[in-house]
Design a protein around this ligand. Structure first.
Ligand SMILES: [Zn+2]
Length: 435
């Protein structure tokens, strides 16, 4: 047998070992994720399951509640005789399947096999460095701060003709650690911008000639690494609790920690350090948020922010401000809703799966959130357009989306972004369409 065979075998073994969770990883073996139909009466269902120990995955509970239960809770759950579907029969198996798929990708930024599987954090860094190196005259690597554990919140800045200095388009991926689909989607859009510009594609060139792109694919690197090595369902950062709190509860929700309207609505975040949506002790008391906010303010004070998108999963939503109050509507809401509707139609018509995205103001459409990024980047950062996009799916797999869906999820978002980026400087409601 040739030596090269053994070398490549060892390399692939090393790669698959790196993807496996550590020995002390949280096991979800025989845990189930279930979607309980609520038929518009979620409080009745919530009352029925109150005696169970479960983790709720979704917040839009009008039609269904998605819950994670341990093996011990399966029999008591079944005894309730609720109407439900199984999302994950054995979440442990789904997580193993998700990470066992290794693509043939070998350090080439243009190689689309990158999007056939999920990747380690270090590979994500390398991927963006390679992408930047492939576009040396129109880009630079940037940093949007440092995480609690000292990781660089890296990103890339792209520009077109006549150099940098145009209004900014800012993308944030993976603020919630377990929402793995978000970083490859953001990377794919970056790749399309770089490749399209290099190949002389007129539409892509017009985007980069009009706007500077600031793209940060993993704004919560500590949480992301932890979700890969230890607990697949980790959401927050990895900051210790305040000294007064339960010391076993780690992490703050970076997307409940932004300064604007941080404390405006008790339903918008949790004050409990053990909660998944713990907002921190004070606005911007996470190092990640401070770094992200610093860049937002720099861009505002420079050429301004044209578009901001915070990428999340799951649920398939396009959400604009305001999140913190369901009955508060910004003067720009008509424009944002019109644009989101066009993006939603474009995504649906471009995808084989006819993926459908619901859109509207965040609080009214989904649920109230305080200290969330789009409200802040609009109100403090002055962004002309500001959205949360919740990616695939609508609840078949939830956070643990099979790798076969990465590429279609990314392709449909690029179609959506192409139309959104074309609309940003349109005069809305002038009777001349399309916006
Ligand atoms: Zn999220």
């Amino acid at each position: 047998m040739k030596l090269s065979y053994w070398v490549s075998l060892l390399v692939s073994l090393a790669a698959s070992v790196a993807a496996l969770p550590k020995i002390d990883a949280v096991s979800y073996d025989r845990y189930k994720v279930l979607r309980i139909n609520t038929y518009g009466r979620p409080s009745i269902i919530k009352e029925k399951i109150a005696g169970l120990s479960y983790e709720q995955w979704n917040h839009d509970v009008y039609r269904h509640i998605d819950i994670l239960i341990s093996p011990d809770e399966v029999a008591p759950f079944e005894a309730l005789k609720l109407d439900y579907q199984v999302m994950h029969e054995n979440l442990g198996d789904s997580i193993i399947a998700e990470s066992s798929s290794r693509s043939a990708w070998r350090r080439q930024a243009q190689d689309l096999s990158w999007y056939d599987s999920y990747h380690d954090y270090e590979d994500h860094i390398q991927y963006f460095e390679d992408l930047q190196h492939s576009f040396p005259n129109n880009s630079e690597l940037i940093s949007s701060g440092t995480s609690y554990e000292g990781r660089d919140i890296y990103g890339v800045h792209l520009w077109g003709a006549s150099g940098p200095g145009k209004p900014a388009v800012l993308y944030h991926g993976n603020v919630h650690a377990r929402e793995w689909i978000t970083s490859p989607v953001v990377e794919y859009i970056t790749l399309q911008l770089v490749t399209g510009y290099t190949n002389g594609d007129n539409i892509t060139r017009s985007f980069l000639d009009k706007y500077d792109f600031y793209i940060v694919p993993i704004v919560n690197p500590d949480g992301f690494v932890y979700s890969q090595t230890t607990n697949r369902l980790w959401r927050k950062n990895r900051q210790p609790p305040p000294s007064s709190g339960n010391q076993s509860c780690i992490g703050r929700d970076i997307n409940r920690n932004w300064e604007f309207a941080w404390d405006a609505n008790p339903l918008g975040a949790s004050t409990n350090p053990c909660s998944q949506s713990y907002k921190g002790e004070a606005p911007s008391d996470t190092p990640e948020n401070r770094g992200l906010d610093k860049l937002v303010r720099q861009l505002r004070d420079g050429a301004g922010i044209k578009l901001y998108i915070d990428w999340h999963s799951y649920g398939q939503y396009i959400l604009s401000p305001f999140g913190y109050k369901e009955t508060l509507y910004a003067p720009e809401l008509g424009k944002w809703t019109k644009a989101a509707g066009i993006v939603s139609e474009t995504i649906r018509d471009s995808s084989d799966a006819r993926t459908t995205f619901t859109f509207g103001p965040s609080g009214a459409t989904l649920y109230p959130t305080t200290g969330a990024a789009p409200d802040h980047v609009y109100s403090i950062g002055g962004a002309e357009f500001s959205y949360t996009i919740e990616l695939r799916d609508t609840g078949k797999f939830g956070f643990v989306l099979p790798p076969e869906q990465i590429k279609p999820a990314a392709e449909e978002q690029w179609e959506g972004q192409k139309v959104l980026l074309s609309l940003l400087d349109e005069e809305f409601f002038d009777g001349e369409g399309p916006a």
